[in-house]
Design a protein around this ligand. Sequence first.
Ligand code: GUN
Ligand code: ZN
Length: 444
Amino acid sequence: MLQKTDRTLLRGRVLTFHAAPADETDTGAYTYVEDGAVLISGGMIEACGDYAEVRAQAPEAAVTDHRPHLLMPGFIDTHIHFPQVQVIASWGSQLLDWLNGYTFPAEVEYADPAHAARMAGAFYDQLIAHGTTSAAAFCSVHKCSAEAFFTEARRRDMRMIGGKVMMDRNAPEGLTDTAQTGHDDSLALIEAWHGKGRGLYAITPRFAITSTPAQLEAAGALAARHPECYIQTHLSENRDEIAFTKSLYPEVPDYLGVYERYGLLSDKSLLGHSIHLEPREIEVLAESGAHPVFCPTSNLFLGSGLFDDAGLRARGIANAIATDVGAGTSYSMLQTLNEAYKVLQLQGQKLHPLAAFHWITRGNACVLGLADRIGTLEAGTEADVVVLNPRATEAMALRAEKAQTLSEELFILQIMGDDRAVEEVYVAGRAQKSAMAAEALALV
Ligand code: GUN
Ligand code: ZN
């Protein structure tokens, strides 16, 4: 039995979603409480709602008063590359040249466990600073990079999904495994980390170009043996990538046909980018339940193309949204929404702030099949909470003077927000962002 003193209560303006908002008038999709509270015990949310009511349940709980800021579920990033923290903002190329010129050389360094461990610390510091409490991440090909990734997640008690990339061709020396070692290392990592603490494993063939048929077959065998694990890869990001893939796999009908052939498509599959899709591929996505992942800052940065969110949704496909750092240009899911808004504008599509904030919280959690654990502030879920200030900068405060509604305030965060708007971050009930700042001060 928990001691009563273990309970803490966060007070603020509470916003959490129960469903995807059908449109901007869909008030039934969310709960918003002006003077609200989240009661936390043992790393879990015990209650959430009106402050006076929740307080009455826990008169002894220590209160942290975050008013007038917003309390929301921690953000979820469904596609990010842990070994690319020093690749972000690399100039001048599109996908294949960018990989060869910048990314692969940086990832080679993760063969060194000390480097991987140092970068894992830096990576999680960035996630927390930007309000991201869960992510699905690609590690490097080296087993030790995934070990560093999961070790640091465990130390911070974060719900993280990750996997070592499998890649056995079209990459430099020092950055390839083999069909056999890729399989064996992945299996060992699944056994060591999947379901341990809050860690979850993703089988991670990087993309069709860097895997032989033998390796994709091994990845498919792993997925069949471990259907509880995720599968993450890349799909149809760039025209040259697609042409190269088709030359390597001439027998399949299209790019997605490669992953289909090797048993890599299910509702556990996360397919980064999914931009240039053929009609048959869209049908296969809909049938398999696999999830396209929209990476707007990356797609703009590499000049990859415009993601057709509405077109895919109209086919019943559930899309995720993500940063894709280091081709992505910001760790911030708010900045990701900002660029998503613009990408969709270019196609005559709209991203309303209610839909946007649902997407980076409960929406991404639903795609991951984790909405019973993360992505909302519902009682019985894990206490990952972000505290947001829509007036974080002078420019935002000036604009906020004219904001009349919750949606208008959210839109300021969606367009102008970044890590400066993230006042505090709780992971499993513990304040992390202020603790990080205090630690940094102590080091000075
Ligand atoms: N395709 C294969 N690897 C990568 C990567 O690291 N980043 C992006 N954006 N696309 C990829
Ligand atoms: Zn990626």
